[in-house]
Design a binder for this molecule. Structure first.
Ligand SMILES: [Zn+2]
Length: 175
């Protein structure tokens, strides 16, 4: 094998590695880099809110006797707070996770959310669950690729199964 062949092979390996990294990073948790694309006019505050996530149609009916069209059933989710306040959730990846996985609905949660000025919806940043042992953070995990996802779906890397993961909050931000 001459040196030109070696260089070509090394280059091909590097390319494959780069492509794999990009695929695996596609659903990585939001970082501060995401914020740089936020329009400067988008003002928001970050809050922690307690409650249960429910279907909008179901919560409206049960709490207030408000009926909705059958087509609207099971399409939108709200955070239902103990005092009856219903706050709609932005249907981004984290928001849609509540629609996709019924295990996330109807349980006591603490959501870290952004509340944008002039937008009456919650953007979910983190999903936490209070337990007797303390707060745990919920996400989805591929044991083979060791990558997290924010919604129940096949792994972005291997297309294999992912599992619901709960970690004590103390561990979450450790490298
Ligand atoms: Zn995987």
């Amino acid at each position: 094998m001459n040196s030109a062949q070696v260089i070509v092979i090394v280059g091909a390996i590097a390319l494959v590695a780069a492509v794999q990294n990009r695929a695996c990073a596609a659903d990585a948790p939001a970082t501060s880099a995401t914020d740089s694309t936020t329009p400067s006019s988008a003002k928001y505050t970050t809050q922690k809110l307690r409650g249960k996530v429910a279907w909008l149609d179901e919560a409206l009916k049960r709490r207030y006797g408000i009926s909705t069209e059958p087509d609207a059933a099971g399409t939108s989710v709200v955070l239902e707070m103990a005092d009856g306040v219903l706050l709609p959730i932005v249907p981004d990846t984290r928001g849609r996770a509540f629609a996709v996985d019924e295990r996330l609905r109807g349980i006591e949660l603490e959501l870290l959310v952004r509340r944008y000025e002039k937008v009456p919806m919650l953007q979910v940043i983190r999903v936490l669950r209070p337990t007797k042992e303390g707060m745990v953070e919920i996400d989805y995990w591929c044991d083979i690729c060791a990558i997290p996802m924010n919604i129940l779906k096949p792994c972005e890397c291997c297309q294999g199964e992912t599992r619901l993961r709960e970690r004590p909050v103390e561990e979450v931000f450790q490298p």
